[in-house]
Ligand binder design. Sequence first.
Ligand code: AP5
Ligand code: MG
Ligand code: ZN
Length: 217
Amino acid sequence: MDIVLLGAPGAGKGTQAELLAEWLSLPTVSSGVLFREAMDAGTPLGRRAKEFIDRGELVPDEVTVDMIAERLSRPDCANGVILDGFPRTVAQARALEDLLGRMGRQVDVVAYIEVPTEVLLQRLSGRWTCSQCGAVYHETFNPEAVEGVCDSCGGKLVQREDDTPEVQRRRIEVYNERTAPLIAYYREQGILSEVDGDQGVEAVQHDLRAVIHAARS
Ligand code: AP5
Ligand code: MG
Ligand code: ZN
């Protein structure tokens, strides 16, 4: 199964993707995580992406699509993937259709995680991310057991560089301008399912599983 998680910055895409991955035994492919790995490693891709990410702008489509194409070509993606943060433009959505089409696959379900803007900002401002494995925590809504330490791998928790108030607001604006049109795009294709993201992590996961279950049968 190939699943796309669509939603604004802070909607919970990363959080939910990890839980779905465990449930479905599928890998998550997160464009944001891949870019941050490239930035940490200081590769040419990472340096290019950083110019955009630091400002809350989208990385150009061709750079992003090439990165995702490479990731999807690896053996662990053969049975399907959970996409988090990709596609983010209509051009990327078309590119994804091509990439999956060449493997005889298609997007099976697009789960749109809907969260009001004021809640997005609360979530982003208290977020901590594991520097080792990328797991996501929130100081109030989803705290780690031992302060500053990742529950799953023991790594150090850090705040993302693009989580300043100014860049958070810009990311939400960019989402509304460039990514929100995908809601209508996928609705027209009949594969969009809406999930109320303004609930606790477990409740959102429950609803996502119901939507995926329905799409499978
Ligand atoms: P990316 O890393 O994808 O960031 P984003 O879209 O801004 O989304 P976030 O990761 O901020 O939010 P999320 O939905 O994953 O929420 P999370 O689970 O962390 O992209 C970063 C940048 O990379 C972009 O700005 C762009 O520059 C570039 N980029 C990436 N993809 C690209 C693409 N395809 N094309 C071009 N450029 C691209 O949750 C947020 C917080 O809320 C956490 O603290 C979490 O613990 C908490 N939380 C989660 N769920 C709940 C809940 N139900 N209740 C309470 N708290 C919750
Ligand atoms: Mg994320
Ligand atoms: Zn970790």
